[in-house]
Design a protein around this ligand. Structure first.
Ligand code: IPE
Ligand code: IPE
Ligand code: MG
Length: 253
């Protein structure tokens, strides 16, 4: 986080993108994987990879604004990542604050709104407070929605939703007849957001790792071996171009 990265260059929104509304995924979700391997290849500690990965976040947010993406959901820390050595967990959970300290003013001036999904309650106070501050400060912005999945797990999200639904049923706020897929979506962390159109996973693994299990039902998947710190606007564009070639049928013909 020591270097200063040229950021959004204050390009007005809705300009300089070459895709029509229809061709651009409205919601892109990214599993930002490969930080540890990137560092190991260079003989560096894993945490150096996480720090380098922050620079990629900046680049990809900039690209998402440029290409008029509406929602960008970034898998930042999973409910399973607590299994890692404590110093690594501590470093990862300090990065949101460092990122926001450096870039929040530019995000604000570029009309970016920040949100978070996951179990915020179990995060360290400094992480939670930095995110909450950014959410509050960007609440009225209506450009790119930058959504951090932090202490996020798909199964835990669904389980929480089930508990809330049962509780609402017990209190007669919800009846079994009213329960349909739309209603379930409203109980998830992503309530009100469109499902992702495109899922990108860097780092070569081809799995979901408990990410957005409900929401990815009809999402297009795009995988690359490129490690997250090496991921660039060029790769991102490549994913968008491939998305454009896909024929989404949703079970139809
Ligand atoms: C992804 O990179 C970042 C987080 C999970 C927080 P990794 O740390 O998983 O990197 P690899 O997969 O070990 O290379
Ligand atoms: C997924 O990456 C979680 C994030 C990118 C935050 P992991 O590196 O934790 O996934 P696995 O362990 O390889 O499945
Ligand atoms: Mg990994």
């Amino acid at each position: 986080m020591s270097m200063k990265i040229p950021f959004l260059n204050h390009k007005p929104l809705n300009q300089s993108h070459q895709y029509s509304e229809h061709d651009t995924p409205e919601h892109i979700a990214i599993v930002m994987d490969g930080n540890g391997r990137w560092a190991r290849k260079r003989g560096l500690p894993r945490v150096a990879g996480h720090k380098a990965g922050v620079s990629t976040v900046v680049k990809i947010v900039k690209a998402a604004v440029k290409f008029n993406v509406k929602v960008l959901t970034l898998y930042t820390f999973s409910t399973e990542n607590w299994k890692r050595p404590k110093p690594e967990v501590d470093t990862i959970l300090r990065l949101p604050k460092e990122f926001l300290h450096l870039y929040l003013p530019e995000l604000i001036s570029n009309n970016v709104r920040i949100e978070a999904i996951g179990d915020m309650g179990s995060l360290p106070a400094h992480t939670r407070e930095a995110i909450q501050f950014a959410i509050d400060r960007t609440r009225d912005n209506d450009g790119l929605l930058l959504n951090f999945a932090l202490n996020y797990g798909g199964r835990s999200e669904i389980l929480n939703a089930m508990k809330e639904m049962f509780s609402d049923m017990n209190e007669a706020k919800l009846s079994l007849d009213e329960l349909d897929e739309q209603r379930v979506s409203k109980y998830l962390y992503t309530a009100g957001l469109p499902d992702p159109d495109l899922l990108i996973r860097t780092g070569g693994e081809k799995r979901l790792s408990n990410f957005l299990l409900w929401q990815l039902a009809y999402t297009e998947f795009w995988f690359t071996d490129v490690l997250w710190p090496d991921f660039s606007e060029k790769e991102f564009l490549h994913a968008l171009e491939e998305y454009r070639q896909r024929k989404r049928r949703y079970g139809g013909v």
